[in-house]
Design a protein around this ligand. Structure first.
Ligand code: ZN
Length: 156
């Protein structure tokens, strides 16, 4: 299941990427290009823009859209998880939160100098984005985010 995320739910997209889902960010793309991208790449469009729901492609069902009606990223994440039954497919930290690229596992030796010394001393396993070079590790920040995701994945 792949997504494209409208600029009005940008943070939601970031959290979906942290959960491991392919969630492309549309930036300031206009609605026509956004819809085109979703159709061309078979992505589900996440938006708070009611105008898109009224388009023929959406009404006819060719474009899959989830209209986000909740406020706050946590509630929005819960809405998407529940609407699309995503919980079982969640793979936290397999995808770069910034650029949506799949992360690659790295050995400790390969990330020396790229992470703070304390992190380097205390962690053995790392993931790196081959695109932007960002390095991820299972620190306290990671654990906190996984807890948030698990909370969102629980049925209400
Ligand atoms: Zn990246």
């Amino acid at each position: 299941m792949r997504f494209v995320v409208d600029s009005n739910v940008e943070k939601l997209g970031r959290w979906l990427r942290i959960a491991g889902f392919d969630a492309a960010y549309a930036g300031n793309m206009d609605d026509n290009r956004l819809v085109r991208l979703a159709l061309d790449q078979g992505r589900i469009l996440l938006t708070r823009d009611r105008g898109i729901l009224k388009r023929r492609v959406a009404v006819g069902g060719r474009l899959r859209v989830v209209f986000i009606d909740r406020d706050g990223t946590g509630a929005q994440l819960r809405q998407v998880f529940s609407a699309l039954q995503l919980s079982a497919a969640m793979r936290p930290f397999s995808r770069c939160a910034e650029c949506n690229t799949s992360l690659l596992p790295k050995l400790k030796d390969e990330v020396g100098g790229l992470v703070p010394p304390y992190v380097y001393r205390t962690h053995e396993q790392y993931m790196q984005c081959p695109d932007c070079g960002r390095v991820y590790w299972r620190g306290t920040h990671w654990e906190r985010m996984v807890k948030e995701l698990e909370a969102a994945a629980e049925p209400a």
